[in-house]
Design a protein around this ligand. Structure first.
Ligand SMILES: [Zn+2]
Ligand SMILES: [Zn+2]
Length: 307
């Protein structure tokens, strides 16, 4: 009887986790997915005519896309914060510690961080309106090019890996002035993703973005899909609980919450964010299963008073 109940619970958790995965990721990408082939019915032709000066439509849709993605990620996180199992099983990444926080306060702090969305938003607006992006980015033709989305994510993560290692290793002064504020979280939660400093966001996100756009030339829908996946995935890997898709991501070398928690806990492993390929190639990868602090001990979990 007990075995049947356990089996039933496992089946329920897996089904809900699978459903949450196949619902959440398309929702995150809903703006480019919905508009890539319908934009001509929605907007006037002069708004997306790329033969003249940069028009703000592409920029506005890009910012809207990231924001819509954030709304769905925050809804998903709300359900998990409430303890609801409708998005799958809730298992802490670091089972020996727990952190209690107020959802509204944390979400408000997350969305209002000047070093996060504001700095990146300014970068996107300036590079777009000053025509600093390669010509292809202003084109609305062709829909999302998924191979180029993957290329953008890989290049961006490789450059971010390099900058991240440099921030840790170049000098103590550079580390303190840039990345140290983000490392006060040894057991991060989803809302800590963009909590750091201006210098950290500039070196680890803005500079790589500026370089990636010169390496991979794509259209506006591809740029939108890449930016939306990138921003929201960076939040998701800071989650305090394992995601239902993490087992699959782990098997494919894609970034998981546990992989990134290893970096926050041990500092000198897992510098990559979206992929573990660069860490594996450079010998800096540490599997979460090989981290003692991530294995449940016999004692009751300790509350974390400091982050
Ligand atoms: Zn982090
Ligand atoms: Zn770091």
């Amino acid at each position: 009887m007990i075995r049947n109940t356990t089996k039933g619970t496992k089946l329920w958790d897996s089904t809900m986790g699978f459903s949450a995965t196949i619902i959440l990721w398309p929702l995150i990408l809903s703006v480019p997915l919905f508009l890539q082939h319908t934009y001509m019915n929605v907007f006037r032709p002069e708004w997306y005519d790329s033969s003249q000066m940069p028009k703000p439509l592409g920029l506005c849709l890009g910012l809207l896309s990231v924001s819509v993605g954030q709304v769905f990620v925050l809804c998903y996180q709300y359900l998990r914060w409430k303890g609801s199992k409708c998005t799958g099983k809730l298992v802490s990444v670091q089972p020996n510690e727990y952190r209690i926080y107020d959802y509204c306060e944390a979400a408000q702090e997350h969305l209002s961080q000047p070093e996060g969305f504001a700095l990146i938003g300014c970068y996107l607006a300036l590079t777009w309106m000053l025509h600093l992006m390669p010509e292809s980015y202003y084109s609305f033709d062709g829909g999302v090019q998924w191979d180029k989305v993957v290329a953008c994510l890989l290049v961006q993560d490789l450059l971010q890996y390099g900058m991240h290692r440099a921030e840790h290793k170049v000098s103590k002064e550079f580390y303190r002035a840039s990345h140290e504020p983000h490392h006060r979280f040894t057991n991060p939660r989803l809302f800590d993703a963009f909590n750091g400093s201006f210098a950290d966001t500039f070196f680890m996100i803005v500079l790589p973005l500026f370089t990636t756009k010169s390496i991979v030339h794509c259209n506006v829908w591809t740029y939108m899909a890449f930016g939306t996946l990138y921003a929201n995935w960076l939040c998701l890997i800071h989650s305090e609980t394992h995601h239902p898709w993490d087992w699959l991501f782990q098997a494919c070398g894609l970034g998981t919450a546990a992989d990134h928690h290893v970096h926050h806990k041990l500092f000198c492993y897992n510098y990559g964010h979206l992929f573990s390929y660069w860490d594996r190639a450079c010998g800096t990868y540490r599997h979460p299963q090989n981290v003692r602090q991530f294995r449940k001990n016999e004692k009751a979990p300790k509350p974390l008073d400091k982050p």
